[in-house]
Ligand binder design. Structure first.
Ligand code: NI
Length: 391
């Protein structure tokens, strides 16, 4: 399939209709009941068999067309707890919730591709369309994997896609290896000894200790990691104290760690424990670190990355596919699926101009002009990886 492929107009219109319906009724993590219902109905009406219930609101559609490889394509269903400030005709009708990351568009594009493939059947093999809940923070992909996604739907490869407003529409971006960072969170509780603020020698001051600790944590990246390694340690919350003249007993710090490699992630965690232990020893306070693993790095496999590049090139031309994009320090729970199955995650450009709102912005609205591009990518990927005449 070397000629440029385009999505027919009737499918484009249906995708826009789905996208606007989902955008108007956003649902957050594990509560995507209406969205899952829309997806299930759209798949069923295309003649695609469905299975519901993985991770609660997850939907998996299965389209078989003769002998051939079995692959999975994945989209995410969930919205964010953000109040929409933009005023498109399909604006959120749910107070405090909106599709600010374009998962409405991702779902519509995969539904469009499924409808097209079910109608044209221009492939030989089996495609599983995975619609997962709770991509944001809650790791719906992990839950689907834990509940037996790949045992029930064994596949040789899995593919994911996300829109990126920092790439112009009409371009794709991808790289072999890590494309999205790992995402961990931590909480540190410093327990000192409360005292009168005028007599600090009678207590152990967790506020001063927290200042030492924040600075010490910053030396993990600046002094312990090689300059060629990538990591971010951010303390994002400090909570302590209620008044002017009391040194508080306890203080809580929270924050996040991002890395681009599992070994770096492990070393940051180990360093944090060392620093907390050292500061406890020198100050006499108790410093308790609770380090929580969030999402692993999203790591693209070489063969599937090549397949993704070929599919993207057949839609937008080779010159418009960036094949070595810089990885993002953002995270993505598709990483859990890639831990279990080789695959590739591609960024589809969605910006019309540099002024477009970024992801997670209250004025963000998925660019409908991207719908036919993303759907065409899925269709091209299936046509290329499950060729009709191979069996
Ligand atoms: Ni997202």
């Amino acid at each position: 399939m070397s000629q440029a492929f385009t999505i027919p107009e009737d499918i484009r219109q249906r995708m826009q209709h789905w996208r606007h319906a989902i955008h108007a009724h956003p649902e957050t993590a594990f509560e995507e009941h209406n969205t899952a219902e829309l997806v299930a109905q759209a798949l069923s009406s295309a003649g695609i068999e469905i299975e519901r219930g993985l991770a609660g609101t997850g939907v998996v559609g299965t389209l078989r067309n003769g002998e051939g490889p079995v692959i999975a394509l994945r989209a995410d269903l969930d919205a964010l707890p953000i109040q929409e400030l933009g005023k498109p005709g399909h604006a959120s009708t749910c107070q405090g919730k909106m599709h600010a990351c374009g998962h409405d568009g991702h779902t519509a594009m995969l539904l469009g591709a499924a409808a097209y493939l079910a109608r044209e059947r221009n492939f030989s093999g089996t495609v599983h369309f995975i619609f997962q809940p709770a991509e944001e923070n809650e790791g719906g992909a992990r839950v689907m994997v834990e509940q037996g996604l790949f045992e029930r739907f064994p596949v040789s490869a899995i593919y994911g896609m996300h829109n990126f407003p920092d790439l112009p529409r009409g371009r794709f971006g991808i790289c072999v290896g890590t494309i999205m960072a790992s995402f961990d969170t931590f909480e540190i509780v410093i327990t000192g000894k409360g005292s009168h603020a005028a007599m600090p020698d009678k207590g152990i001051d967790p506020v001063v200790i927290s200042a030492q600790l924040v600075l010490a944590l910053q030396t993990i990246v600046s002094r312990r990691m090689s300059a060629t390694e990538s990591a971010v340690v951010s303390v994002t919350q400090i909570h302590a104290g209620d008044t002017w003249n009391v040194i508080p007993e306890t203080l809580v710090l929270r924050g996040t760690v991002r890395t681009l490699a599992a070994d770096v992630q492990a070393r940051v965690e180990a360093q944090m424990h060392t620093i907390c232990g050292g500061i406890a020893q020198t100050t006499g306070a108790t410093v308790k670190l609770d380090y929580r693993h969030g999402y692993p790095c999203t790591v693209n496999a070489p063969a599937q990355t090549a397949a993704a590049i070929a599919a993207a090139a057949s839609v937008v031309g080779e010159a418009n596919v960036e094949t070595a994009v810089q990885p993002s320090m953002g995270a993505e729970d598709f990483a859990f699926m890639l831990e279990r199955c080789p695959g590739a995650y591609i960024k589809v450009g969605s910006a019309e101009s540099k002024e477009d709102p970024p992801l997670h912005n209250p004025y963000y609205d998925f660019n409908d002009n991207v719908l036919p591009i993303g759907a065409a990518y899925w269709v091209a990927l299936v046509a290329q990886q499950l060729p009709k005449n191979q069996a």
